[in-house]
Write a protein that binds this ligand. Structure first.
Ligand code: GDP
Ligand code: ZN
Length: 292
């Protein structure tokens, strides 16, 4: 028996990596085992067949979304840092950014904003200052990158040290291009097993945990076009907005939903510009989505 980490899944086959960074192909013991990228697992070694994933160890957190068929789908587990990538084009929505931020807060992981295609900022008149004014106190780091020119990649690579990060964002913003840049300086040799998987990555849209910066992991999630995080209850949504925290519990009504109630501390904070109106509007939009 050995402990390992899931770094990819292709149909019923998992690629796991043990503590010595050796990779093995595994089957799952049974259908009940539904491991995702980032899971820590117990495996049994076999001489002449593939190894077997016996058990998934308890998860610290998991990134789960609602798919197009209204089913819960877990993308990855045991995440330390969510990197939300946006770009001047395709046009981004702060609603999607705020969904990822809420997901990070509720999963107790760090979250950073990556503004890619920086060389196009002027052409598209993207106002970085406006974005910074909304997000500077809400995210851990702001990265400005150009995967095309190779700009800003070193800063991201540094942040990946010894952590498990996931790169998320609309398709077309340059997530794969950034990962390719990060991998060009890879200091750990990619095994032949994972080379095969990586080659198939773009066609199969599988999630894959790449090793970058020694033992850092960066997970990409190709094929995820939209993202709707899961909230266990309505009140949990407001907890996903960290700047709301100091006002929660201070509304006139203890069951205040912060929509239009008199004496709402959150609405007052919005009116006093202590909470950004864009964040509050996205809170309302997410409430509506949950209620649907
Ligand atoms: P993903 O869907 O988020 O993985 O995005 P890709 O990495 O596939 O990139 C989408 C398109 O944007 C491709 O045509 C890339 O060449 C292009 N792209 C990626 N990064 C940059 C960048 O920094 N600047 C410019 N101008 N184009 C970029
Ligand atoms: Zn309120």
């Amino acid at each position: 028996m050995y402990e390992a980490r899931i770094i990819a899944r292709q149909g019923k086959t998992y690629i796991v990596e043990d503590q010595l960074h050796q990779q093995y192909q595994c089957h799952a013991r049974s259908q009940a085992i539904d491991a995702v990228c980032g899971d820590f697992v117990q495996c049994i070694k076999y001489e002449d067949t593939k190894d077997v994933v016996e058990e998934i160890l308890p998860r610290k957190n998991q990134i789960t979304r609602i798919d197009n068929f209204n089913r819960e789908k877990t993308l990855a587990a045991n995440i330390d840092h969510i990197l939300v990538v946006i770009a001047p084009n395709p046009a981004f929505s702060t609603l999607l950014i705020d969904k990822y931020l809420a997901c990070a807060v509720l999963n107790r992981c760090k979250v950073s904003l990556v503004i890619n295609k920086a060389e196009l900022l002027n052409d598209f008149q993207l106002d970085i200052q406006e974005l910074e004014s909304i997000y500077k106190n809400l995210v851990d780091q702001f990265f400005i990158t150009s995967a095309k020119l190779g700009y800003g990649i070193t800063a991201i690579r540094k942040s990946l040290f010894n952590e498990t990060s996931i790169m998320v964002g609309q398709s077309g913003v340059g997530k794969s291009s950034i990962i390719n840049r990060l991998l060009n300086n890879n200091d750990i040799k990619v095994s032949s097993i994972s080379e095969q998987i990586q080659q198939g990555r773009h066609t199969t849209s599988n999630t894959y945990a790449h090793t970058v910066n020694q033992y850092g992991k960066i997970i990409d999630s190709p094929g995820v076009r939209t993202f709707t995080p899961i909230f266990n209850h309505q009140n949990e949504l407001s907890l996903g907005f960290i700047e709301f925290k100091e006002y929660i519990g201070k509304c006139k009504f203890s069951n205040c939903q912060h929509i239009n109630e008199p004496g709402c501390a959150i609405i007052n904070a919005v009116n006093e510009n202590k909470i950004h109106i864009s964040r509050y509007n996205n809170y309302l939009a997410m409430r509506q989505e949950i209620n649907q």
